[in-house]
Write a protein that binds this ligand. Structure first.
Ligand code: SF4
Length: 89
């Protein structure tokens, strides 16, 4: 989907716990199988992002061996070089 140019919501990046929770709440309101909605709301991109080239690989939710996002609200397969605005270390 991202290769096809899906426009996702990369901004605003949640700056604190309250903003982070607000994005999670938005995700929880989506149907479980709405993959496109999850990608859009969480602001997925298929490359490193920002000044620091943040990537899933360094994110606390990334499961290296499964190539999986362990954040319950997402729970999708991800590549190490991808990124979303729920990135955390
Ligand atoms: S929360 Fe976002 S950046 Fe972190 S592993 Fe999941 S998809 Fe990647």
């Amino acid at each position: 989907m991202m290769e096809d140019g899906l426009k996702t919501q990369t901004e605003p990046f949640p700056e604190d716990h309250v903003q982070f929770e607000a994005v999670l709440k938005e995700l929880r309101e989506l149907p479980e199988d709405d993959l496109e909605g999850k990608l859009v709301v969480s602001g997925f991109v298929d490359h490193p992002y920002g000044e620091d080239d943040q990537r899933c690989l360094e994110c606390m939710y990334y499961l290296v061996h499964r190539k999986w996002c362990d954040l319950p609200e997402l729970a999708v397969p991800v590549e190490p070089e991808w990124w979303c605005r729920l990135w955390r270390i």
